[in-house]
Each structure stands twice: as structure tokens, then as C-alpha cells.
Write a protein of this length. Structure first.
Length: 68
């Protein structure tokens, strides 16, 4: 099982899920996505999800470089 996970990480076929897209979760999700992983973000805050779906940064100014 671990060897399968290691292979999926190495070939970037692993799917990453991040629960909570606040000040910690959103940058983590972005870094995984930028590294080439299919990444899912989950949050209970409907307004935050709506902003992300509209291409807006819900934590603007809190994490340098995240807007890119």
C-alpha cells in the first residue's frame, strides 16, 4: 500500500484533498496544485467557496504571492 502511494506521489497521479481553505489550508492547496497534483479544497464557508469559484482570493493580503 505504501509503495503504491509513493508511486502515485512520484508520478503526480495522487489526488490531494485539503479540508479548510483559510489562512493555512488555501496556501497548502495552492502549493500542491502548483506542484502538479490534482487538488480538491473543501470548506464549510459558502462565501469563501463562492469567492474561490469566482477566481477571487478570500485571504487577500494575508499570504504574499498567493494571488498569482
Amino acid at each position: 500500500m505504501l509503495s503504491d502511494l509513493a508511486r502515485r506521489i512520484e508520478d503526480k497521479s495522487a489526488v490531494v484533498s485539503v479540508i479548510g481553505l483559510g489562512y493555512v489550508g488555501l496556501p497548502v492547496a495552492c502549493m500542491f496544485a502548483q506542484a502538479g497534483f490534482q487538488t480538491w479544497g473543501v470548506d464549510v464557508a459558502a462565501e469563501r467557496i463562492a469567492m474561490l469559484n469566482a477566481g477571487k482570493n478570500p485571504i487577500e493580503g494575508k499570504e504574499p504571492g498567493l494571488a498569482e
